[in-house]
Design a protein around this ligand. Sequence first.
Ligand SMILES: N=c1c2ncn([C@@H]3O[C@H](COP(=O)(O)OP(=O)(O)OP(=O)(O)O)[C@@H](O)[C@H]3O)c2ncn1[C@@H]1O[C@H](COP(=O)(O)O)[C@@H](O)[C@H]1O
Length: 197
Amino acid sequence: MVEEVMPLVLIRENGTIADILKTNEKGFGKSIERGEIWHLFPETGRLLPLHEGGASFLSLQRKRKWFEAVVADSYTALDAKLGSDTQQEQREMTAPSNASEGQASGIIGELEFLIAERKRSMPEGSYTTHLFSKGNEKIRKKMGEEAVELLLARKREDIIYEASDLMYHLLVLLADEGIAFSDLEKELARRHVPTEA
Ligand SMILES: N=c1c2ncn([C@@H]3O[C@H](COP(=O)(O)OP(=O)(O)OP(=O)(O)O)[C@@H](O)[C@H]3O)c2ncn1[C@@H]1O[C@H](COP(=O)(O)O)[C@@H](O)[C@H]1O
C-alpha cells in the first residue's frame, strides 16, 4: 500500500514557520522512535533524517491533514544554511573519474558506478549519501543487520529480498573502503579451480 504523503510543518517555539517538508505515517513513526526528524524526499521516495547529524524536535503531533513539529527558535532551514551554490554543487551529477577501471558488468556494475557517484557528490535525498555521511562504522553495522535478516529469512522470495539488501550494503562498504567489486572477482577467480571438460 502506498502511504499518503502529507506536509510536515516545522514551527519555531516563537510561532514562526521554519520549514515545510513532506512525510508519511512511516516517517512520523520513525521520527518519534529516533527522536529526530525524518522526512520524505518525493523525488527518490526515500525517508531520511533531516540534516545529517540529526534535527531534534520539541514536540511532534499528527494534525488532521499534516504533521506539526515544534523546533527551537534557533532552527534554520537547510536551504538557508547551505546557500544555493553549495546546494547546486551537491546536486551535480557527474560520473566518478575512475568509473571505467575494472568495472563489474550488469546491475552490479551499474550499482557500483552509482554508489561511487553518490560518494563523490553526496546528493541530498539519497539513502547511499546517508550511509556515507554516517561513516564506516554505521555501514558495517548495517551490513551486520542485513546479514542477520538474511539468516532469518526462510521463504525463497524473502531470501532473494534480503540477499539483495545485503549485496547493496556490501557494495557501499566496498566503496567506502576503496575496494572495487572486480577485486572480489579477481580473488574468486584466483581460488577457482576450473573443472576438466
Ligand atoms: N539497492 C538499494 C537498496 N537496498 C536497500 N536500500 C535501503 O536500505 C534501507 C534499509 O532499510 P532499514 O529499514 O534497514 O534502514 P533504515 O531504518 O531506513 O535506515 P538506518 O537509519 O538504519 O540507516 C532502506 O531505506 C532501503 O531503501 C537500498 N537503497 C538503495 N539501493 C540502490 O541504490 C541506488 C541509489 O539509491 P539512493 O542513494 O537512495 O538514491 C538505488 O537506485 C538502488 O538501486
